[in-house]
Structures are given as C-alpha cells and as structure tokens.
Design a protein around this ligand. Sequence first.
Ligand SMILES: Cc1cc2nc3c(=O)[nH]c(=O)nc-3n(C[C@H](O)[C@H](O)[C@H](O)COP(=O)(O)O)c2cc1C
Length: 626
Amino acid sequence: MTSAQEKRTSEPLESSDSKKIQLEPVEPVQKRVDHFAKGMAAIKPEFIVESSSKVEIQYDDDEAEGGERGEPEKGSGGGRRKKRGQNKNRDLKQKKEEIRLCTSLLDPENPKVCSYGPEQCRSTHNVEEYLASKPEDNEGICPVFKALGYCPAGLKCRWLQSHYDKETRKLIKDLERTEKSKEELNYEVNIVSHEARGKLRKKQYEFEVASKVIEFIDTTVQSEENIANAQQKRKDNEAAFVEAPFKIAEKKRLDFRNAKIVSPLTTVGNLPYRRLMKTLGADVTYSEMALSVPLLQATNSEWALPKAHRSEYPGFGVQIATSKHWAAAKVAEILYKETSHVSELNLNCGCPIDLLYRQGQGSALLDQPARLLRIVKSMNASSGDIPVTVKIRTGTRDNKNTAKTLVERLLAENDVAAITLHGRSRQQRYTREADWNYIAEVGQTVKEWNDKKEDDKESSDTQRTCFVGNGDVYSHVDWYNAVNKEGIDSVMVARGALIKPWIFEEVEAQQYLDKSATERLDILHKFTDFALEHWGTDEYGVGLARRFMCEFLSFTHRYIPIGILERLPPKINERPPQWRGRNEMETLLGSTDYKDWIKITEMFLGKAGPDFVFTPKHKSNAYEGN
Ligand SMILES: Cc1cc2nc3c(=O)[nH]c(=O)nc-3n(C[C@H](O)[C@H](O)[C@H](O)COP(=O)(O)O)c2cc1C
C-alpha cells in the first residue's frame, strides 16, 4: 500500500471472495466536516444514520486488561481511570438448572458411582423426572457430537435429541468420528492433575529445583551487614545451582521473526477464541494472565488458564503475573513438571490495573528492575527447557520512558528469549497512540545486542533474543510498517485480533479483506462450536459459551466494514458516527446494543432463558446530538 493510498484512495481492493471494492472518490469536505473530524472514522455518507439521539460508547480497554480482577481506585498513578467507561455492576454468575441431574447418570448406559449416594445427593437420580423438567431441546445437531462423535454432556445436552435414542433410552455414539477427532489432535492439553493440585493445596508439593533456586536468589538480596556471610552462602548455593537441569542454550527455541502473534487477553483470550485464531492464521497465542498466588493455592479457576487446545502447540505461551521471585520459581517448576505443551513462560510487566499495581505486580515491576530481574532469573532456573519471555510497557509514567534502560539490563544480566514492548506507559490511556518510534529505538538496542552476541565466538549461548512490538496494529499496513523496521521481529496484536479476527489473513494476503456479514457470522459460528466443545453443551456450558460470545461481540461490533469507509487505512482508535451496514445482518453485527449481541448468540446457542444475564463492560451513554 503506497502512502497515497493510505491517505485516501479510489483504487479498487480485492475482497476475500475476489470481488473488487471500488472506493468512491472523496467528495468535497465541506458537506461532511463533522465526519472528517480528527479521531472520527470516515464513513461514506450513504451509510451514516442521522439521528437526533446519538449513542456514545466509552470503551475502557485499559480496565479490560485486568478482566474482573481489579477495581480501579483514586491515586496510585492510575487514578484518572476511575470508572471511566466501565460498567461496575456486572453480574457474571450464570444461573444453574432448577432440577439438576446427578453427573453419575449422564450416560444411562454407563452409570457411575455417586459418592454421596442417591439419598444424600443434592441432584436428582430420577432420570425421567429430569428429562421431563428440561426445557425444549435446541434445534439441529449437537456441535460437540458432530466434532467428537459423542457428547460428554450426555443427557444434560441442550441438543440431546440429536444423539439420544428415545426407544432404547441410550446415547448414540459415533466411534469412527471419535477416532478421527483424536487423529486430528482435537483435544485439550496442560491439564494439571488432581494429585498435583491436591499436593499444592496441602502444601506438600515438592519443589526440588525451585527451593534451591529460591535459596540462591535469596542470598543475592542479603542486607549490607551480612554481606561477607552472604557471599560465602552464595558461593555454596551457586555450587548446588550448577546442577540445574537446563542451561539457557538447551531451552526450547523461539523464533518470532514475522510470526503472527495474538496478545494475552484476559477474559476474551479464552481457549475457544485462541483456537479460532489458530484457524485464522495465528502462529503464537498466550494464555490469559494467571496470578502466581492463586496458582500456588491450587485455585481451579486459575489452573484453567494454562489449558490450551492441542492446535495451539507449538507456539503457546503461559503468561503469569507475580511480584515475588519465590512464587515465580515455584510456578515455573510446576508448569515445567505438570504440563506438556508450553512453548514459553511470559512474565507480565505491563498490566496497568490498580489492584495488581499496588501489590507490586504487572506494570509495577517496571519501576523495580532489580525485583523484575530476580523474578526472571528464578523463572529461568526453574522452568526446565521452557524459555522465559517478558511483556513490558514504555514505563509507568507519561513522557518518562524507562523501557530502553530496563531492556539493556535485562539483556546484560539475564536470558530472555523474547521481549514484547507495548508502546504505551501505564499512565497513558488507549485514546493516545502507541509510540512506534520508541518501540523501534528499543528494537535497535536488542538488535545491537544480538549482533554483538553473534560476533562473540566465545559465547556458549547461541540464542538470540526476539523483539516484538505491540500497540494499535489493525491492518496489514500497520503490521508491515512495524515489521519492516530494523530490530522488530514481529508484532503482537490484541484489540485488532478481537475486532477483526481475520487480521492475519489480511497480513498474509497483504490487502484488506471486505468480509461479508455472512463470512463474519461463520467466524462467530466457529467460535461458538469451539466454546461448546470447551464449556459443554449442558445448560451451564451454554450459559458460559453465551457469556463469552457476548464478551467477544463487545469487540467484534466495533468493526466498520471496509467497504463503507471512504478513507484508508482504518485506525483502531477512530470512532464512527452512527452507521448502517450494507444489509441488515451487517447492521446487526455493528450494533452497540448488548441486547442485539444476545440475539446473535441465539442464532447458534438457542434462546437465552429469562435468567441469562450479561452486562457489557463498556457503558453506553445516550446523549442529544446537535
Ligand atoms: C480485553 C483486554 C485484555 C487484556 N489482557 C491482557 C493480559 O491478560 N495480559 C497482558 O499482558 N496484556 C493484556 N492486554 C493488553 C494487550 O495484550 C496489549 O498489550 C494492548 O491491548 C495493546 O495492544 P493493541 O493496541 O493491539 O490492543 C489486554 C488488553 C485488552 C484490550
């Protein structure tokens, strides 16, 4: 794309189904002054909806970064963030069925033993009563049965009619399909055993490596008075430490050059979404950020985060947030020993939310480089052959970039397989653009380091450190602008891959793809199928799939079809005037009303019950236009 095209273009573009998109010549500006205002997306006039009441949506992507984990508060650097654009009254609990069937009876042909016994069990053991109480089944074939040849939800499935023989009262199974699905590597990995989690819970897990590493690192932080003593202890520990099973050069290799990388994304970067992104061209995906303390307490919801779909490996990273080197060492050791499909362990040094910041986690580490280095060192020493990477921001404060100095220290004192730099400070909001000049400057520093290391024949460590830029990438134009800069190996894409999940197809094709509403709906359909495979097809699983689909739609609706724009490239931060699509479905997919999102989920998940609750993260304020 030439710079002339980037400004305004009347050049035809190829769409995904090879139809040409003719961008009409731009008419004189005076008629549409408002729509060409800075920060506004330039929509062709015929698609602009004039209305006296306009809806303004405030997107708070900063807060989204922490998911439901943190409530912003005044002070502590991020005070301005308080409540802006965030809906604080989100009820995220999904309602359960009134009459629940005991899980021991999911498959009536193969009943399991109920540990409570039918008398004590709080769920019903009366299959007929349960089936009679069930709401009418959803139409069509159960997506999980179709994919796996059986449905683990059994009698609880909301599409039961498609795999239940009423006459014989047996579940239908397609063993051939089951075999095929295994061959297709359609299963989930990194499921930490009950036994390991039980030991963790009882504090009986044996940290053979981490305990030595922690002891060694502790001696490096001894107080001044104890320095002589500490030095001796350190030497002893160093001797023990030499036995560490993996040297840096023996770790798994990462090569991110031109890799298509999806950011770690709390809540929305769930397993079904990442699986979808793999089918749409992603090479690298990350878990949602997992916190070290609940991991060590063996919290089930936290251990759900490192789970991945088999298709994500190799190329799957687990992201952790921590403020303590001992916790980092322990988590790294468990992940190494108890999971089998982790390509890298990523340390979050960028999360801006107050709760984590106050605890010294996330972006707080940027102002405590010694602590950050200790954490990386302990992770590296405890994670076996899993390489360690970091994700940082430019700094914590505006106009005070500290990332370059930090990166110099990281390279000199530690071994990080990759560094990702989000080109914003903690204080900076998403409304201001990421600083790609600074990203390139830091990239240059990493490049010089790699060049020097390559020239150093003495060096036993042959691993280069990859450098990845991050911020605002929304099209192939942004992507190539970034990777064509010296020192930048690749780009990590976050919101761009949520709003426009086919972004990597555009990168591959080096052109905009004007996806039709039907094609976009197909993508959502695929997400739903993956969501049902992951969360299940029973009432509860469908509720979760619906909720996470709404979360996804809270980003996808922000896409403005390329065919209705008159100025390219589209920018991620541009706000549109109210617009309508080229057909009803396109208009629906662009709706900012969460009730329409629920309607969209109903196309694939059946009718949402009156109990289904979804409150969008983003507040939308109606105001009178002038
Ligand atoms: C909804 C949402 C969730 C996020 N969750 C995480 C996270 O868990 N870990 C992380 O390092 N960054 C997280 N981020 C930040 C992104 O990874 C990325 O650094 C940031 O959005 C800038 O990239 P972008 O301009 O491409 O969106 C999140 C961002 C969003 C919008």
